[in-house]
Design a protein around this ligand. Sequence first.
Ligand code: MD6
Ligand code: FE
Length: 225
Amino acid sequence: MRRNEDTPATLDLFADDAPPLSSTEQIGPCSFVLHGFALPLIDRLLPALESILQRAPFRHMVTPGGYTMSVGLSSCGQFGWTTDRSGYQYTPTDPQTGQPWPEMPLAMRELAQAAADAAGFADFNPDACLINRYIPGAKMSLHQDKDEHSYQWPVVSVSLGIAAVFLFGGHSRSDKSQRIPLFHGDVVVWGGEDRLRFHGVMPIKQAVHPLLGEQRINFTFRKAR
Ligand code: MD6
Ligand code: FE
């Protein structure tokens, strides 16, 4: 939305400080926002997403603490990230269907690898992609991504649809967080010494995206095993 000159500024709180399309913003020693990086692949990503969701629809999982997540979750790739009362884990099958998670579409794998490369992490070969759906009001509390076997690989996170404010904290939960606006097509890559930093997503503000409607979709690519 911010990139459309015809859009009234009042519709978009970030219009004035929006970074240019296709720029890289460094947010930590080994963490980068690649603005607009996914845009050239959008025409392949959206049909890929639809076909994944036909086989593995979004569902609201329960955390070990007993809370139902406001974010809807799905996955593709060799492993899917799941949570229930017994804990977080990567599973080869969708607990809802007993079937293997849908394969990771080539367009998604290519995007993750290209983004990792652009951020200086060569040879990233993700085996898991968590797909999050946020509707207005949904949020992700501060957390670390630490269910993977090894932290030597980066995480690549793709934002589609309506905007979000990403919280990027430090190595303790109480460290002050940076607030980073993320728009349709933006990709965040982090690894190395930043791999275990706390992060989250502020409650999503009501908005309508021309392609995706009233939702934000996030892909998070990882090497789980
Ligand atoms: C989200 N993302 O942006 C949630 N994790 O919807 C994450 O939890 C996340 O964006 C690790 C690395 C990047 C992320
Ligand atoms: Fe995360």
